[in-house]
Unconditional design. Structure first.
Length: 165
């Protein structure tokens, strides 16, 4: 499968709007990321930078799979047309939310901001409520039995590393 230009453009826009604001703009503007010092580069800051890089990399992979395998974007108003169960979605149902959470956790280690800790906790609580209250019921209605099978074998937040039998 290939990525069509219009879908790529929509994916880029929605990435800037949703995770770009949540994990980029808000921590930068309101929680001290703009003023964070990287030097001296101690173990916590290194771990934080690694978390930011790993979260960003995972986010790109997730968005790619949504676009190529699912033919949609990360936005609830422009969702995938096919159930995405490839790549990171083989191991955990919500790797995109976990990637944003990992980015925020990395920023927390870089800034050491208690306000950012509260923001990250609020973000994850809000995402959990969104997943339980909107996303999962919507996916059940849309994909039926295939989504039910998927939820039976793949965890919501904790990855399950298993082999197919």
């Amino acid at each position: 499968m290939t990525l069509r230009p219009w879908l790529a453009a929509r994916s880029i826009v929605w990435t800037a709007v949703i995770p770009g604001v949540v994990a980029g703009y808000v921590p930068w503007r309101y929680f001290g990321l703009a003023q964070a010092r990287l030097l001296p580069l101690g173990p916590l800051r290194l771990l934080g930078l690694a978390g930011i890089a790993c979260g960003a990399g995972l986010l790109v992979v997730c968005i790619w799979h949504f676009a190529v395998s699912g033919r949609g974007t990360l936005a609830p108003v422009d969702p995938p047309r096919e159930l995405v169960v490839r790549g990171p979605y083989r191991f955990v149902r919500n790797p995109m939310y976990l990637s944003v959470t990992t980015i925020i956790a990395g920023e927390l280690l870089v800034t050491r901001s208690t306000a950012l800790l509260a923001y990250g906790a609020a973000w994850f609580a809000a995402v959990n409520l969104f997943v339980l209250g909107y996303e999962e019921p919507t996916l059940r209605r849309r994909f039926g039995a295939s989504y039910e099978r998927y939820t039976g074998t793949v965890g919501r937040w904790i990855p399950r590393f298993h082999t197919a039998e």
